[in-house]
Design a protein around this ligand. Structure first.
Ligand code: 8YV
Length: 327
């Protein structure tokens, strides 16, 4: 009888997920949770039957070229797969899976929280109280902007974009969106969303922009320096997707020059490095990639990973397979 398959998990996962993985597979954990070095990832690629990486592990073509003959599955913990070279994996006959669906509501919540945080100056107010310098209420200080009645332009009307649209309506925002494809008429009606085929056109007419599309070669710097210039001066930009979608240097320049209302960023182009100039700007909200960070969400993501690995080792097709052509 064949022994248990070796599954190497690159980061700590919630305890119930790790426990179940230990029961089912010969699971190797990263007990001190350090982001794995290139050498450690190479080692893992050689000894695993299935690798469970996260966004902090760049699985590029050169690393995939070092994979041992046993490695047949990369079951990524997360929805985004931009850290994995899908074409190279496919070429080597390695199946890639992700964890879609289970982090939708949490990430949409975080997007809404960031819209409110930047428009209503939540971190600025918090910093003032904590500084001990708050001298009391005044009619003209800490004034943000009303979001009710404003136009929200969602870039990417997938699961998270749609979940954001549902919330946004509750906050009185007019929902607009740009997507590669117009969504089904029923969904558009339900969301009361206005479709813009031209991203440039949409950008020129919005008050708030939210980035909710995946990072792919086609969306790299989608919000380029040129496109950012199309935005009106009061616009807030919110990004909970991937930093690479926005030209961060151009965005920073515009914020410094007062050409934008503000930005709320959960992700950064060179994460975990953050442009130091951003740190000095008061109208910028900065979070350390927390979009899906709920214990419930992370357990659900782990559950998806387990189902994908278990299906695969049992000889079935894992439910959340990702192919390059799907992007
Ligand atoms: C995850 C994310 O926490 O799922 C994604 O794409 O960006 C995050 O919410 C992270 O990617 C885990 O690998």
């Amino acid at each position: 009888m064949q022994g248990k398959k070796t599954v190497i998990v690159t980061r700590r996962l919630p305890e119930p997920v790790e426990t179940r993985m230990m029961e089912l597979f010969d699971t190797r954990l990263n007990l001190d949770d350090h982001p794995m070095s290139r050498a450690e990832l190479t080692e893992a690629m050689q000894h695993a039957d299935a690798l469970v990486p996260t966004v902090t592990d760049p699985i590029d073509a050169a690393l995939l070229a070092t994979a041992g003959p046993r490695l047949k599955l990369i079951a990524s913990f997360g929805a985004g797969v931009d850290h994995i070279d899908l074409a190279a994996a496919q070429e080597r006959g390695i199946t890639v899976t992700n964890t879609p669906g289970v982090l939708t509501e949490d990430t949409a919540d975080m997007t809404m929280a960031l819209i409110l945080a930047v428009a209503r100056k939540l971190p600025e107010g918090e910093r003032l109280v904590r500084s001990g310098k708050w001298t009391g209420w005044a009619p003209t200080t800490m004034l943000g902007h009303r979001i009710w009645g404003k136009r929200l332009g969602i870039i990417g009307m997938g699961r998270i974009g749609s979940a954001l649209a549902r919330r946004a309506r509750g906050f009185g925002l007019a929902v607009h969106y740009h997507n590669r494809r117009r969504v089904a008429p029923e969904l558009e009606r339900e969301l009361e969303a206005t479709y813009w085929e031209s991203l440039d056109q949409m950008l020129a007419h919005m008050d708030i922009i939210s980035v909710n599309c995946p990072h792919t070669p086609a969306t790299y710097h989608l919000l380029s320096a040129r496109r950012l210039k199309l935005l009106r001066k009061h616009v807030y930009i919110v990004n909970v997707s991937r930093g690479e979608i926005v030209d961060e240097a151009a965005l920073t320049r515009m914020l410094i020059n007062g050409e934008l209302g503000g930005a709320a960023l959960d992700v950064f182009e060179h994460a975990p490095a953050v442009n130091p100039k951003l740190l000095r700007l008061p109208n910028v909200v900065l979070l350390p990639h927390m979009g899906s960070a709920t214990i419930e969400g992370r357990i659900d993501m782990g559950e998806k990973v387990i189902i994908n690995v278990k299906a695969f080792v049992d000889g079935h097709r894992p439910p959340d397979r990702v192919f390059e052509r799907m992007l």
